[in-house]
Design a protein around this ligand. Structure first.
Ligand code: ATP
Ligand code: MG
Length: 341
């Protein structure tokens, strides 16, 4: 019997995670590529490229090649992935099976683009699995039962939600309102109300340090620097949780409305199961203070944020890698690209 060497890949808008069977997570780095415009060559990927993001010299561009969960720049994603797969701790040429997690509701073209990416990178056998399903698996939900579970993965570029039962997705929705969108709302709020231009990294820092959608009981405050809208000169301001909340409430409400829509589209029995089992939130966006409480109040169903929500897709993919044969029932949801030759 050939010993299978299996890897699982989560190409997130914000973070790429690669799980190698028997070793665990071997890559957990930003999905960023830095390019030299003069030579058209990639100069760095991942952590190294992130350092260059905001402060690149004129001839270097740092970009995020995955947008809203889908491949936006095929060649750049290929460079990124190939550079990760070439690392010493990944025996890429020995890998027999590659599992890639993908958002729900991809178009044929988007799906094909993931398959082509792996094919062109030298993969022999590729399986695709939808992210909410693998997130449910990573959260150790009993999704094989004839009961329904609602999983909401709030990532950077997409909020992907699905009602899952008996190892399959019954209904799903995906929207482009997620972490990046919240950052943009903060950029707009700071510019329009506080008259300061800030960049995306600062907006994200604000969101993580003082962002909330309900009062948290503590006063949160952060000092940030940016460029004054009128004078164009540097200025420092102190920003409070109460100010940021005003900017985040509307997009979070849109996410909650989408969850309500999804529940409304589900068969009645499954709605009963969801009421009983509660909803499961994962992805980095689920860490926003109070998002679970607001959703619980608006929808009337208990919300649980899964353990280590940033890692749950990679963890789920990892579980499938480790117990590949035992979890073959999940393979119904995989599309096999090419059989072993
Ligand atoms: N404590 C926090 N509070 C609010 N948001 C957070 C927190 N920590 C991380 N995030 C946000 O989570 C997002 C990253 O989450 P995640 O790694 O799940 O996304 P991704 O899988 O790369 O993206 P996607 O699934 O959309 O392709 C970022 O937008 C980040 O700002
Ligand atoms: Mg994700």
């Amino acid at each position: 019997m050939i010993l299978k060497k299996i890897i699982g890949i989560d190409l997130g808008t914000d973070t790429t995670q690669i799980y190698l069977k028997g070793s665990g997570v071997v890559v957990n780095e930003p999905t960023i590529v830095a390019c030299n415009n003069r030579t058209d060559r990639v100069v760095a990927v991942g952590n190294e490229a992130k350092k260059m993001l905001a402060r690149t010299p004129a001839h270097i561009t740092a970009l995020r090649p995955i947008m809203n969960g889908v491949i936006a720049d095929f060649d750049m994603v290929k460079e990124l992935l190939q550079s990760f797969l070439k690392r010493d701790d990944i025996p890429w040429s020995w890998i027999t099976e590659t599992i890639v997690s993908i958002p729900t509701n991809l178009t044929e073209v988007e799906r094909k683009s993931v398959e082509d990416l792996l094919k062109e990178s030298g993969a022999t056998s590729v399986y695709l699995i939808e992210q909410p399903l693998v997130a449910a698996f990573g959260s150790r939900l009993d999704i094989n039962l004839p009961s329904a579970f609602l999983v909401v993965d709030i990532g950077a570029g997409t909020t992907d939600m699905a009602i899952i039962s008996m190892n399959g997705i019954v209904v799903s929705r995906r929207l482009k309102i997620a972490g990046d969108y919240l950052n943009q709302e903060i950029i707009k709020g700071v510019r329009d109300e506080l008259r300061l231009h800030i960049g995306e990294p600062t907006a994200e820092e604000i969101k993580i340090a003082v962002g909330s959608v309900i009062p948290t009981g503590e006063r949160l405050e952060l000092t940030v620097r940016g460029r004054d809208v009128a004078s164009g000169l540097p200025r420092e301001i102190s920003i409070r949780d109460t100010q940021v909340r005003l900017w985040l409430v509307r997009p979070v409400k849109q996410i909650i409305e989408a969850i309500k829509d999804l529940i409304e589209s589900a068969p009645p029995e499954l709605v009963g199961d969801i009421y009983k089992n509660g909803m499961y939130f994962c992805g980095g966006g689920s860490l926003l203070r109070g998002i679970d409480q607001v959703a619980e109040k608006e929808i009337g169903v208990r919300v649980q944020i899964v353990e280590d929500p940033l890692a749950c897709v990679a963890r789920g993919t990892g579980l499938v890698c480790e117990k590949f044969d035992t979890h073959k029932h999940l393979l119904n949801n995989f599309s096999r690209l090419k059989l072993d030759e």
